[in-house]
Design a protein around this ligand. Structure first.
Ligand SMILES: C[S@@+](CC[C@H](N)C(=O)[O-])C[C@H]1O[C@@H](n2cnc3c(N)ncnc32)[C@H](O)[C@@H]1O
Length: 280
């Protein structure tokens, strides 16, 4: 065999080996993607669509790419670099927001939820993405038992699922170091109006005005969800936030408010404690 022929043969053999290796790597990739998909599916239905190394957790969500559709607007209200700030994510679900804020440089991130399935999903997402995030089973009604305050508290998509929404809000306020991010489903009027300081007993007119702050009570079910209890209109959302001692500093998207604590205490006592002790 000529030297030229033999070197051609060696080159051909090399390229066959390269293609075999590429094929093997692709097969391995495919099988690890398939394993990842299998693990995602085994954790039940996801409400949060999160990209876990190329595999999406809820690609067929009825609200689209959720909650990324909200995050793309809400994210603008956070500093680009959270520089070690602490975050409490109440009703964290599959951990989308906890992950997003950790990726932005948050320090301690604590996500709490009452649903074990969502907590398992959130822990799995953090593990796959290699992020150090704490997830704890804790009800919104117990967050005041968590020591200390957090720079950012997220209370997104939970308010209308509660039978005692203001009780929860007044508890949450105790945990807000810098800013509260609040989001609620809203129905009815979306108008913002200024209302009088007081109304006379016989004045029935405000109650016929659809803009007047009000919460709709759902006795049975809304959107096939029997945990949708109270759905406020915009006037009620903004009134309740102010009434709990918060100042609304921004509304990055139609249902989300960024608030800062202002008059959350009176004479050194939180509104919640004044109310519960009957000394408001
Ligand atoms: C509509 S999802 C919102 C999830 C996420 N915060 C978001 O905005 O995409 C409501 C979440 O609140 C949780 N949740 C409901 N009641 C709760 C409670 N009492 N305490 C803590 N979380 C609660 C549910 O398990 C669920 O994960």
């Amino acid at each position: 065999m000529q030297a030229e022929e033999s070197s051609q043969l060696l080159a051909d053999l090399g390229s066959v080996r390269d293609s075999q290796q590429e094929l093997q790597a692709e097969t391995q990739d495919d099988s690890s993607q398939a394993q990842l998909t299998e693990r995602i599916v085994s954790l039940g239905d996801w409400f949060h669509n999160i990209n876990l190394n190329g595999v999406w957790t809820a690609p067929h969500h009825f609200l689209g790419d959720f909650p990324n559709v909200k995050w793309k607007d809400i994210s603008k209200s956070f500093p680009e670099d959270l520089n070690g700030s602490s975050v409490l994510d109440i009703g964290c679900n599959g951990g989308f927001y906890s992950v997003a804020l950790k990726n932005r440089g948050a320090g301690r991130v604590l996500g709490v939820d009452v649903d074990d399935r969502y907590l398992r999903q959130a822990r799995f997402a953090a593990e796959i993405l290699g992020l150090d995030i704490e997830f704890q089973k804790c009800s919104v009604y117990d967050v005041d038992q968590i020591p200390g305050q957090f720079d950012y508290v997220l209370f997104l998509g939970v308010f209308y699922h509660l039978r005692y929404p203001l009780f929860a809000l007044d508890k949450i306020i105790k945990k807000v170091g810098r800013r509260l991010f609040f989001q609620s489903m809203m129905r009815g009027s979306i108008e913002e109006r200024k209302w009088k300081e007081n109304y006379e007993f016989w004045d029935m007119k405000p109650f016929q005005d659809p803009d007047f702050p009000c919460m709709y009570f759902i006795e049975n079910s809304y959107a096939n969800d029997y945990t949708n209890w109270w759905i406020p209109n915009r006037g009620a959302v903004e009134g309740m936030l102010r009434s709990s001692g918060l100042e609304i500093v921004n509304r990055p998207e139609s249902e989300t408010y960024v608030c800062e604590p202002r008059t959350v205490q009176r004479d050194g006592k939180y509104l919640l404690d004044l109310e519960l002790s009957g000394t408001f």
